[in-house]
Design a protein around this ligand. Structure first.
Ligand code: ADP
Ligand code: MG
Length: 246
């Protein structure tokens, strides 16, 4: 009996499920010590992963590499099947359409209302007005903001503004959602609500990566936790917790 065939097909199935893959990735900026050193990170479709670590440990650099805002110095990085070292410049916008991103500081258009902030993301990818009129109210309902579609950002609380940012990140139905300290400007109650929304989005099939300093959230949500320290992955645990740093 040839057992090796079976083994081989198993490995292929695992590989095809991988949506993010970093092998021996280093990233050095022109000044200072390398921001990331020899990183190996493999994330499957549908995973929820927390990225934690002290300020300066390389978390945002990792997010920027995944978006192909930055290029790696050495190693190999693949996202959704794209080799990000070889991807053509003209293909980058199409690649990014499949990634939603939210930041600590919301980054909404201040002079546009909630509806327009979300519709904007759909206009960029040339969705028809008919689709926009269907998709925007639907995603606003998902984030609990159906009644606020006419409000301007300054009329909203921080938690509500982050929900708008989340709706904007999700309206184009990305395969991956990246969140770089999404609760950094929010109080504990709003932080929890945003995290619960991220969990719900993940349960609907989106792969979610969340950079956070919120140890209560990380410890109680029981997700995979990747810990960076000075540009190195020092732990990667299923159902992990927040590791204390001194
Ligand atoms: P984190 O998000 O974990 O706080 P960053 O990825 O922002 O960390 O930064 C990692 C390291 O890279 C830090 O030492 C930081 O000073 C450095 N760094 C970040 N961005 C730049 C840049 N544009 N030029 C030079 N060094 C940078
Ligand atoms: Mg950062």
């Amino acid at each position: 009996m040839d057992m090796s065939v079976n083994k081989k097909s198993k490995k292929t199935a695992t590989d095809s499920n991988e949506i993010i893959s970093l092998n021996n990735v280093s990233k050095a900026y022109s000044t200072g010590a390398p921001a990331l050193k020899d990183i190996d990170l493999h994330i499957n479709k549908g995973e929820f992963v927390f990225i934690v670590g002290d300020s300066g440990s390389g978390k945002s650099t990792l997010i920027k590499l995944l978006l192909r805002e930055l290029t790696i110095t050495s190693g190999e990085i693949r996202v959704m099947g794209y080799d990000l070292t070889r991807i053509r410049h003209r293909k980058i916008p199409k690649f990014r359409r499949n990634i939603g991103i939210v930041f600590q500081d919301f980054r909404l258009l201040k002079d546009r209302n909630v509806y327009e902030n979300v519709a904007f993301a759909q206009r960029i990818i040339q969705k028809s007005n008919k689709e926009i009129r269907k998709n925007v109210p639907s995603i606003l309902a998902t984030v609990g903001l159906a009644g606020k579609y006419k409000a301007k950002p300054k009329q909203l609380s921080g938690g509500e503004q982050q929900r708008v940012a989340l709706a904007r990140a999700l309206v184009n139905k990305p395969a991956i959602l990246l969140a770089d300290e999404p609760t950094g400007n929010l109080d504990p109650k709003n932080s929890w609500e945003i995290m619960k929304l991220l969990e719900q989005i993940n349960e609907n099939g989106t792969t979610v990566l969340v950079v956070t300093h919120n140890r209560e959230v990380v410890n109680s949500m029981q997700k995979r936790v990747v810990t960076l320290k000075k540009g190195v992955i020092v732990s990667d645990e299923e159902k992990g917790g927040y590791i204390d740093e001194d």
